[in-house]
Design a protein around this ligand. Structure first.
Ligand code: UDP
Length: 329
């Protein structure tokens, strides 16, 4: 039996695929390669190229492979773009997963682990954020993910498809080998952009606002290592296989770091001065997002191993240094 990893050629999907294979699982990666990279896919995974919205293709994938669990990463994830192109996000992220659930129902596949996000919460009421807190997304990206969570709840009730939604905070780092890592085009995330400065590909890092109500005025985020995230997916899938109920879990480190903290640690890790320039706020950025992951630690028995920002940035640096042009190298 195999695990179907939708979006397995992307940043998080490729690391989870690698962890599944290292864990002895058979993996089928489905990807349309719009944002994914063939070279990110582990050689032992079977790669099928196509789109979740292509129902005939999906039907064939389920017919031709013995799939007993699905992990779904296939989504667009640029918050800013989702504000100007909401329909692109609902079509790809919501309708794509709708087609996937239809195929699962047709083929009697009952377990799905879904890649959700802290963006489902919107502006948090409490820190750290609990899974039971209010979900009022402030952008279509978060709304499209929340809509899928709701759709899965009804599919569980009607068809008995069990889901685990994992709400990620700020995912960072790379496989410790330095063989796979983050490669987005355009790159919008803080750590890869900072490391591009260290590589000499940019002059400086722009700090998006230093007048937030935080100690140093810059936004605070909870950075979680991509390999710790991968472990959580495997634990979540195993829990479903053992008959676990549908559930939602936050995945973060439970500790907040400001943009200035991240720049400072990156200077230490890379030995590069990394010039920083304060620029205007980016629309839609909450001042502070920090997770409570107690539920995942308790119920999934999840033990994040990369507990310091130094370790997280060091693995990202290894990848970026070895592959300054990402998968083009
Ligand atoms: N950020 C920044 N400069 C950049 C990119 C990001 O100051 O060039 C800030 C951003 O405003 C946020 C934090 O870094 O407070 C993390 O942003 P990222 O895009 O990495 O993740 P997000 O929190 O949006 O998921």
């Amino acid at each position: 039996m195999a695990v179907l990893v939708c979006g397995g050629a992307g940043y998080i999907g490729s690391h989870v695929t690698r962890a599944l294979i290292d864990n002895g699982e058979e993996v089928v990666v489905l990807d349309n390669l719009i944002t994914g990279h063939v070279d990110a896919v582990h050689e032992k995974a079977k790669l099928v190229l196509g789109d979740l919205k292509d129902e005939e293709f999906l039907d064939r994938v389920f017919r031709e492979n013995k799939i007993d669990g699905v992990i779904d990463f296939a989504a667009f994830s640029l918050v800013g773009e989702s504000m100007t192109e909401p329909l692109k996000y609902f079509e790809n992220n919501f309708y794509g997963t709708l087609c996937l659930l239809k195929a699962m129902q047709k083929h009697g596949v009952k377990n799905i682990v879904f890649s959700s996000t802290a963006a489902t919460y919107g502006e948090p009421e409490n820190i750290p954020i609990l899974e039971t807190d209010k979900t009022i997304p402030t952008n279509p990206y978060g709304e499209s993910k929340l809509a899928v969570e709701k759709m899965m709840k009804w599919c569980d009730q009607a068809y008995g498809i069990k889901f685990t939604a994992l709400r990620y905070f700020n995912v960072a780092g790379a496989h410790p080998s330095g063989d796979i890592g983050e490669d987005h085009s355009p790159e919008t995330h803080l750590i890869p952009i900072i490391l591009q400065v260290a590589l000499g590909k940019r002059d400086h890092i722009g700090i998006f606002g230093d007048d937030y109500p935080t100690a140093d005025g810059t936004c605070i985020r909870d950075y979680i290592h991509v390999m710790d995230l991968a472990d959580a997916h495997i634990l979540a899938l195993k829990r479903l296989y053992k008959g676990g109920d549908s559930a939602i879990f936050n995945l973060g480190n439970g500790e907040g770091f400001s943009v200035k903290d991240v720049i400072e640690v990156s200077r230490k890790v890379t030995g590069h001065p990394i010039p920083a320039v304060v620029s205007p706020r980016r629309a839609g950025d909450p001042a502070k997002l920090v997770a409570s992951s107690e539920k995942a630690i308790k119920e999934l028995n999840w033990k994040p191993k990369y507990n310091t920002l130094d370790e997280i940035i060091a693995t990202a640096w290894k990848w970026h240094k070895n592959h300054p042009n990402g998968y083009e190298d």
